[in-house]
Ligand binder design. Structure first.
Ligand code: AMP
Length: 398
């Protein structure tokens, strides 16, 4: 049976794809279509170490996926639908309905549609991706892999907000959590690195990318995570505020007369590192901080302090901890951030090794000192491989 899986990740105005072997993770080709629906669309198709780019307006998701298929035709490798075991789709919000990936059918599409109010920015794009792929690859199983699924193991006391019953029961307002495919991949890989069975491994995993979240993982299962009903709660992010007094909404509304849409926009797109320092890219922030920019320095400190608080909170939630694991663009590539987040935690048994921490590598590795009771690890995430792996598992099982 073929192990080839095409993974699709449809965002609000972009489509990322990767064709890979779901059992080894080896990528045959990957690419992205950006600025869908705008006049300056761009397709990039990477194969055999070369990038092929094309700039032209791309009308919608159907146009985007057809353009990607054209790129496979022109630049290779050949993408005969018959050679695909599955198409794996990242779907952001599965509510409390999906703890596992599922093969997509018309009923599933309706269910994802019902969940749109919980993820108005993401689920409509994911749905569009699913519909178009079903049309273009008839007969190939389409598998939806939900970002929220990994966290469905959280105990009730961790996912329940202290709000009236009707909000919780009728409106499904609770903590859901995101970045689930990343946590699944990274937790397994971290246990391998530690040489421990996953079932007997307790981790605090820090997924620090443009979006950022933390999770407490016991025995491969999420017991808490920092994102909530939406991906706004928790850590400081590129442009999102993370944790905030909920009364800020009312305050802004009363004092400035802002609408809810304006407030939402400011908290999602104009806050976080951007709001604090004027830049949302962590690398640029680090450069400005090194050059003595006070706002960049404060933004770094707020970011690192928030990460550190969650490490402490999730250590307490787990009781016993085997490793703190860093992943995502910032987690993988910023030794300064790792050092600031874990500085002085030796009483908690966490001791970094500065030369290991500063060494550049793209491999999963230890950055803690010999003899640190709790390990610190860097584990590059690979969400596409995880989606492909899960999609294959579903297809094999069905
Ligand atoms: P991701 O969403 O996982 O791709 O992560 C993107 C974030 O990682 C951006 O804020 C990047 O600036 C940051 N990043 C990538 N490379 C580096 C680096 N070498 N040093 C610091 N931050 C980095």
């Amino acid at each position: 049976m073929t192990e080839r899986v095409l993974v699709l990740n449809a965002g609000s105005s972009s489509l990322k794809y990767r064709l890979l072997d779901g059992s080894t993770g080896a990528a045959e080709a990957s690419g992205s279509v950006e600025r869908i629906g705008e006049s300056n669309g761009k397709l990039t198709h990477a194969v055999g170490g070369e990038d092929h780019t094309e700039e032209r307006p791309i009308a919608d998701f159907e146009d985007a996926l057809r353009s990607a298929l054209d790129a496979f035709d022109t630049h290779g490798p050949a993408l005969d639908p018959g050679s695909l075991a599955a198409v794996g789709h990242r779907v952001v919000h599965g509510g409390d309905l999906f703890a596992e990936p599922v093969v997509v059918d018309d009923r599933l599409l309706e269910t994802v549609e019902d969940l749109v109010p919980l993820a108005p920015l993401h689920n409509p794009a994911n749905l569009e991706g699913l519909r178009v792929a079903m049309q273009l690859f008839p007969g190939v199983p389409q598998v939806a892999v939900f970002d929220t699924a990994f966290h469905q193991t959280m105990p009730e006391h961790a996912y329940t907000y202290a709000i009236p019953r009707a909000w919780r029961e009728e409106h499904r307002i609770r903590r859901y959590g995101f970045h689930g495919t990343s946590y699944a991949f990274v937790s397994r890989r971290a246990a391998e690195l530690l040489g421990r069975p996953l079932e007997d491994t307790n981790l605090v995993v820090l997924h620090l990318g443009n979006g950022a979240s933390a999770a407490a993982v016991r025995g491969g299962r999420s017991i808490d995570t920092s994102m909530g009903l939406t991906p706004l709660e928790g850590l400081v992010m590129g442009t999102r505020s993370g944790d905030l007094d909920p009364a800020v909404h009312g305050h802004l509304h009363r004092e400035l007369g802002w609408s809810l849409e304006e407030i939402d926009r400011a908290l999602y797109r104009e806050s976080g590192l951007l709001g604090l320092s004027g830049v949302n890219d962590f690398r640029e922030l680090s450069e400005r901080r090194a050059a003595g920019d006070a706002a960049a320095s404060l933004a770094f400190d707020v970011y690192a302090y928030r990460v550190r608080k969650y490490v402490g909170a999730y250590y307490a939630a787990l009781g016993e901890l085997h490793a703190v694991v860093f992943t995502g663009g910032v987690g993988q590539h910023s030794p300064e951030l790792r050092a600031a987040a874990l500085d002085g935690l030796f009483r908690l048994g966490i001791v970094l090794d500065s030369s290991r921490n500063e060494a550049r590598s793209s491999e999963a590795r230890f950055v803690s000192a010999e003899g640190s009771a709790v390990a610190a690890l860097v584990v590059p995430t690979d969400e596409e491989w995880e989606i492909a792996r899960q999609a294959l598992e579903v297809v094999r099982g069905s």
